[in-house]
Design a protein around this ligand. Structure first.
Ligand code: ATP
Length: 236
């Protein structure tokens, strides 16, 4: 199994103040790992640190063979990491086709986006800003897939979307991992939907890991999930 991401004893945060502490987490090729936890737990901070958009304060991150660089965050993308941020970051004045072309790097191909999101096919000439929330999210993930990533990180795919839309989108991440061997790290508020598609999950509360393990075991442990979301002390 190829290790794509290894996070060891990571502390990360803002202005030298850690909001994530002592985090251990890994993602292997072909795996879907869900990073869960209540608002403000440090999930986005973790993804930003892996991407090199925030410095780590202690511990280590090894992503596709090396550490991220805050001075050159594009290095992580070049190694094969695609990061779909919480805010989607689409070019709203550009069309769907133009947004997809911007995702393509050497060896990439926009058609992969249509393979996974065929609904984008009839929207190619529409400006991204005019798409529905669900269509925008398809475009954001489709653009990331066009880069043929080895590690795909998706931050709250479900933000602002109806649960029925999330139910359609999340399984695509599972499919991508199964088809291509891409490792997927997904931050998600819809805990049970995320656990259905994930192999493993890690739950953060107040910046610390409170539970981690196979997704099916965590899904069966309702009390673990509830205590995590109430921000209880570390769970054995
Ligand atoms: P959510 O589900 O609400 O997005 P999260 O688990 O992704 O939450 P983070 O966004 O990582 O949480 O935030 C973790 C902590 O860091 C929070 O207390 C938040 O207020 C703080 N924080 C986030 N961004 C900044 C920033 N730019 N400067 C200072 N503190 C920040």
């Amino acid at each position: 199994m190829t290790r794509l991401l290894e996070i060891d004893d990571l502390s990360a945060g803002y202005g030298g103040v850690p909001v994530v502490r002592h985090l251990d987490l890994h993602v292997d090729a072909g795996e879907v790992v869900a990073l869960l936890g209540p608002n403000g737990a440090g999930k986005t901070t973790t993804l930003l640190t892996v991407s090199g958009l925030l410095p780590s304060l202690a511990g280590s991150v090894t992503v596709l063979g090396g550490p991220p660089s805050t001075r050159r965050p594009q290095l992580v993308a070049r190694r094969g990491v695609a990061h779909v941020p919480e805010a989607r970051s689409l070019f709203t004045q550009l069309t769907v086709a133009e947004n997809l072309r911007l995702g393509v790097r050497r060896g990439g191909d926009t058609s992969v986006a249509l393979d996974y999101f065929p609904a984008l096919g009839k929207l190619m000439d529409r400006r991204a800003g005019l798409l529905s929330g669900g269509e925008q999210q398809m475009l954001a993930v489709g653009r990331a897939l066009a880069a043929r990533p080895r590690l795909l990180m998706v931050d709250e795919l479900s933000l602002g979307l109806a649960p029925v839309v999330v139910e359609q989108l999340l399984p695509v991440l599972r499919q991508v991992a199964d088809d291509t061997g891409t490792g997927v790290l997904v931050v998600e508020q819809h805990v049970h939907l995320a656990l259905e598609i994930a192999d493993r999950a890690a739950i953060l509360a107040h910046g610390e890991l409170v539970a981690a393990g196979p997704a099916d075991e965590l899904a069966a442990e309702a009390s673990v999930l509830e205590r995590s979301y109430l921000g209880a002390a570390t769970i054995d």
